[in-house]
Ligand binder design. Structure first.
Ligand code: NAD
Ligand code: 2YH
Length: 259
């Protein structure tokens, strides 16, 4: 599993603000409004306890501080515990946390202690990036291309299918592509005879995953994938409207999903 590195999180507030402006430009709504439309309930300054976790590869510099900045950006009251792990969890609850955010190398969770709801970062990230993609104001049809059908991409593709989009899919792993075809009715992308798309949702840990042949002019690419799926050169050449950000959009999706 790909781990974030401190470099990905540099200037997280600026990255979030820029992503928010880009989301407004392509959908007409800011990220908060999209979350409200997706999940219903708005936040009421819930207290979010952020617990650093030392297991596995250990603490990622600026991960917890970035989560605190993200919670505050979206109107929650976030605090980072002094202690990590079990002691940090105890400290968070004792200090009034209503929602816990914590991540090891495999799972990043949000747990609402008041109502028992729990969320996992991967499906929540897939769903919100897919939702943003589905709201592209200049889409020319209800056809969407999904590249990467793993732990983030599959739930995103499922969300698009549920919203009535015609979902074309591609994954380098044939087993995962077949799972999406049989479980979701995804149409396999014909790489020999590619069609162009005005909406693309990508979720892979690789660069250059979008063939130039599928890009229509002014298309929208909504991608949580790190590194970015498309080169700056290709983006400029086809005026691709890019939505990407390393942590905040997925995290706010988790938080709203447990309210
Ligand atoms: P995953 O390993 O479960 O799925 C990735 C999928 O991409 C795999 O099925 C793999 O076969 C496929 N793939 C790899 N190279 C490909 C290629 N060239 N063409 C087509 N498919 C290809 O990973 P995941 O948990 O779904 O995460 C996907 C990406 O999203 C990672 O980069 C992860 O770090 C990132 N992520 C970002 C955020 C965020 O908030 N920005 C949140 C969660 C995950
Ligand atoms: O980045 C990760 C994993 N890829 C899981 C997230 C799923 N997208 N985990 C972060 C680990 C954080 C660390 N334990 C800390 O600083 O607390």
């Amino acid at each position: 599993m790909a781990l974030l590195i401190p470099d990905d999180l540099r200037n997280i507030n600026k990255q979030l603000q820029e992503a928010d402006v880009a989301v407004q430009k392509v959908t007409g709504l800011d990220i908060k409004s999209i979350c409200k439309a997706l999940y219903g309930t708005p936040p009421l300054s819930e207290k979010v306890g952020i617990v650093p976790v030392t297991s596995g590869n250990g603490i990622i510099g600026s991960f917890s501080a970035s989560l605190q900045a993200i919670t505050q950006y979206f109107g929650f009251e976030g605090f980072v515990t002094d202690m990590p792990d079990v002691s940090g969890y105890y400290e968070a609850v004792r200090n009034g946390a209503e929602i816990i955010l914590m991540a090891d190398d495999h799972t990043f969770l949000a747990h609402n202690l008041k109502n028992g709801k729990i969320a996992n970062n991967q499906p929540c990230t897939g769903i919100i990036y897919a939702e943003i993609a589905s709201r592209y104001l200049k889409a020319d049809s209800k056809d969407v291309l999904v590249v990467g059908l793993g732990k983030v991409g599959f739930p995103g593709a499922a969300h698009l299918v549920q919203k009535g989009y015609r979902v074309y899919g591609y994954d380098a792993d044939e087993v995962l592509l077949k799972r999406a075809i049989s479980n979701l009715g995804v149409i396999p992308l014909d790489l020999e005879n590619p069609k162009q798309f005005s909406i693309i949702f990508e979720a892979t840990p690789c660069a250059n995953t979008i063939p130039e042949t599928v890009l229509s002019e002014n298309c929208m690419l909504s991608t949580p994938g790190i590194p970015c799926a498309i080169s700056e050169e290709l983006r400029k050449k086809h005026n691709v409207q890019l939505i990407t950000e390393p942590l905040g959009i997925g995290t706010v999706s988790m938080l709203y999903s447990v309210l």
